[in-house]
Ligand binder design. Sequence first.
Ligand code: GRF
Length: 199
Amino acid sequence: MILGILLSGRGSNFAAIAENVLTGKLPCEIGCVISNVSSAPGLERARYWGLNSYFLDPTAKDRVAYDAEVIKKLRAHNVDYVCLAGYMRLLGAEFVNAFPNQILNIHPSLLPAFPGLHAQRQALQHGVRFSGCTVHFVDTGLDSGPIILQAVVSVLPDDTEESLSARILKEEHRIYPEAIRLLCERRVQVEGRRVRILP
Ligand code: GRF
């Protein structure tokens, strides 16, 4: 199974996935890493690891044209699954339909609560006792596709956005590779909105 990674920034989720792949703990390969931000630290790390790494410049292109360029690159590397890892662009319908139920995302809340930006801040402001993270398939909505895995963390009385984000991030780094493992083992079955994990 071949993964394509899309990222825009720090790339710690990408690193968690790559460490599992490069040490043989995940039975798949990383075909390519693509960023829409030339200075993304995640892209730097991908280059350091010798992975096929690309900055694709989104300036002066509409979404359809840019997405088409990204799809072309993913196809050139025979990618089976696309992992969004802090990729700060919405995917157009053409992109989503080009990889049906083959695009994953990680989001730092227990969806469907707190979609969109600053999910950890939204959780704190709302006063929830628990938050967490979600690995889900990507559909054409905002953080709205079928849920594969979730992890729960407590929200503590003295939490700041930073401390809550750090607690959640630790779980992100655990469940994103875990979700990929389930896909590698062909144990993920999508039934409408529900995802069944086969034994
Ligand atoms: C993570 O919090 C992830 O849940 C969200 O964007 C952030 C990316 O962080 N989608 P990183 O680039 O993987 O470190």
